[in-house]
Write a protein that binds this ligand. Structure first.
Ligand code: TYD
Ligand code: MG
Length: 462
């Protein structure tokens, strides 16, 4: 018989220990080790029957579509998959000061007209929240406001026939359960409090918003299980130096996760940005070397952003590589391809890359735009101001096709661009069999098959 080996397990990563320790050596999490039943204590003979038979059903069936509550904020509705679902729990994470409380107070005020909304703040006093409401012009909204941190009190106030329809907890790290010894904000507390609140939300059918703090690593503080427990995880991100804020779904049981919502932080709160491309390009100056407009996609939405590169001679033995808004590994790759396949060596130069407006791009389709910006800066020839660029670059220097070419080109045409630098090869996905790049309305298409062609483009125009 197997000897009972470990009695303690990390609740965050599952590592097992023979004795309790404060920190899990496996995942580095503090206070996540808890005692678990030894193997011998697990009831035996579970396979022997006694359970009730489960009834299996087919995949096909008539389930009513989930009713959705619109928040009145279109950018948020889109990110949530078309509105909020009753009984669902949404975790909103983001850096301090990015605007989580502002967003949720605005949501609460908007919803208060059509539903019973409770806003519980553990971070700010009632007066502070009121002051913010005045600033947002929402002081009259019938939101039920409270400042509380005790889980017991919160549960008692929300559990009852007159339970609200929407509950905002700002933030989950400030809530504490008095039956757990650790301090508020620790893994055990956060997990236990979230579990209780989510259980109540499912029972009473209210929509639960949890605000979560973000750690240095950019994850929501507390165990990863918090993200597993909730239905939707939204990250509110942006650069505090810029007014743009992006709401991004990283998990959504009720919709797609690649949608984003764009907001602008004004002195009267967050306002929606319906046409982000125009805003991201608003400060662009034409005909500058090292600047290139990338026609990107965020979910189903095309978005044009300016990519800026600066290649400067370096005095350092290992030159600087600084990237804002893009993946630095990806930049290294593009630089290596430029060097090895095109003979453009930038290893003696400092290279700076910036995505204007504080947006973070994750698409490989930005490769070609980055390369164009780099080549433009290195050769001191501007990318034409009326040109958009997109395409993925392979390690042999080939320019690969990307998805949703048409949407990208359409958006570019809409914003008055006249030419597009695109991959020569059309994407070979089932539906599209055309080999030639699409002819998109008024745009002049310049197709490139290899990165070498891009270099040629800049040399010729010199
Ligand atoms: P806040 O919502 O408190 O951030 P979080 O809850 O994520 O920590 O946002 C605070 C910042 O937003 C603060 O620096 C001031 C700014 N702000 C505005 O610019 N305009 C406004 O109308 C409000 C309410 C806040
Ligand atoms: Mg806050």
């Amino acid at each position: 018989m197997a000897k009972p080996t470990a009695h303690f397990a990390c609740q965050s990563c599952g590592a097992v220990y023979t004795k309790w320790t404060g920190k899990c050596e496996a995942c580095g999490e503090w206070n996540s080790i808890a005692e678990e039943a030894a193997r011998e204590e697990i009831p035996k003979g579970l396979s022997g029957g006694k359970g009730r038979r489960i009834e299996f059903v087919g995949l096909e069936g008539s389930s009513a579509p989930l009713p959705r509550l619109s928040t009145g904020i279109a950018e948020l509705d889109r990110v949530c998959g078309g509105g909020l679902v009753a009984g669902s729990c949404l975790l909103v994470g983001g850096d301090p000061g990015i605007g989580k409380s502002t967003l949720l107070l605005q949501v609460a005020a908007q919803l208060a007209g059509q539903a019973k909304v409770a806003y519980i703040s553990g971070e700010e006093a009632v007066d502070q929240v009121r002051m913010r409401a005045v600033r947002l012009g929402q002081a009259k909204a019938p939101v039920r406001l409270a400042s509380a941190t005790s889980l017991r009190d919160i549960l008692a106030s929300l559990d009852g026939p007159e339970a609200p329809d929407v509950v905002v907890i700002d933030s989950i790290q400030t809530v504490y359960a008095d039956n757990i010894e650790s301090a508020p904000g620790t893994v055990g507390q956060v997990r236990a409090c979230a579990a209780e609140l989510i259980r109540l939300a499912k029972k009473r059918g209210f929509i639960l918003f949890l605000v979560g703090h973000v750690t240095k690593e950019g994850l929501i503080a507390g165990p990863r299980v918090l993200e597993h427990m909730v239905d939707t995880v939204l990250y509110f991100e942006g650069d505090r130096g810029h007014q743009f804020r992006i709401l991004r779904a990283v998990k959504n049981r009720f919709g797609a996760t690649d949608e984003i919502g764009v907001f602008e932080m004004t002195d009267r709160g967050l306002s929606e940005v319906a046409n982000p491309s125009a805003l991201f390009l608003a400060e662009r100056r034409g005909n500058v070397t090292g600047s290139c407009v990338f026609a990107g996609m965020e979910g189903t939405r095309p978005m044009l952003v300016e990519i800026q590169a600066l290649v400067a001679p370096s005095t350092l033995s290992s030159p600087r590589r600084a990237v804002v808004g893009w993946d630095s590994n990806r930049l290294s790759m593009v630089l290596a391809v430029l060097d090895a396949r095109c003979g453009l060596a930038l290893s003696g130069n400092d290279v700076y890359l910036n995505v204007a407006g504080g947006l973070r791009i994750t698409e490989p389709a930005a490769d070609l735009a980055v390369a164009a910006a780099l080549v433009s800066s290195a050769s001191d020839v501007p990318v034409p101001a009326d040109m958009v660029v997109f395409g993925e670059i392979g390690l042999s220097g080939e320019v690969r096709a990307v998805a949703q070419t048409d949407s990208r080109l359409k958006e570019a045409a809409k914003l008055g661009f006249a030419q597009a630098l695109v991959p020569a090869q059309a994407r070979k996905d089932g539906a599209r069999k055309d080999k030639a790049p699409p002819a998109a309305g008024p745009l002049a298409i310049r197709a490139v098959g290899h990165l070498q062609d891009v270099l040629g483009l800049f040399r010729r125009e010199k």
